[in-house]
Design a protein around this ligand. Structure first.
Ligand SMILES: [Zn+2]
Length: 190
């Protein structure tokens, strides 16, 4: 298994629509395993293939909360086939939008159809954090980030800060400085 570099916004690859996988073959399984390891190391609770620069419809998740423990989940070609009328707001973060968080409103419950790691078709009923996470990751496959769900004013402010942080990081790396510690008092990144 390998750690893959995670792309951060703004990056054109995060805005592209990913292609379905034809079959869940050895290459796709390898991608899933590498993505899971990358997600655990980040750390995050969800990761979509375009976040590591691979434009395939593949996501991985592992939610370990008091109310929901999923274990590792591998989803190829995930599709939302039902969504509740009831909405819920959750403070989302994203490994591709580091250090920024915002409330996003989404359907509270969804039903998702996908191919599992063995290529078998499955359906899963999702609610709570799992529903939020699945919808956030499927958005990535369509080139949508959680900041696309918030006001343009706030989105542009975050993108400007991300660019500034990237430049500072590059300058610090060039000068051999240690990176600043990440804040840990927020929701897990998706
Ligand atoms: Zn994300």
């Amino acid at each position: 298994m390998a750690h893959l570099p995670i792309l951060t916004a703004p990056d054109a690859r995060l805005k592209k629509k990913s292609k379905p996988v034809e079959t869940v073959d050895t290459d796709v399984r390898q991608l899933m395993d590498d993505m899971l390891e990358t997600m655990y190391a980040a750390p995050g609770i969800g990761l979509a293939a375009p976040q590591v620069g691979v434009l395939k419809r593949v996501i991985v998740l592992d939610i370990d909360r008091e109310e929901v423990k999923t274990g590792p989940l591998f989803l190829a070609n995930p599709e939302i086939i039902e969504a509740s009328d009831e909405d819920v707001s959750y403070e989302e973060g994203c490994l591709s939008v580091p250090e920024h968080y915002s409330d996003v409103v989404r359907p509270a419950k969804v039903r998702v159809r996908y191919l599992d790691r063995e290529g078998a078709q499955q359906e899963m009923a999702c609610e709570g954090l799992l529903a939020t996470c699945v919808q956030h990751e499927i958005d990535h496959l369509d080139g949508i980030l959680f900041i696309d769900h918030i006001s343009a004013l706030k989105r542009n402010m975050i993108l400007r800060k991300l660019l500034k942080a990237r430049k500072e990081k590059e300058r610090d790396e060039a000068e051999g400085k240690q990176p600043a510690a990440k804040s840990k008092d927020h929701a897990p990144a998706l």
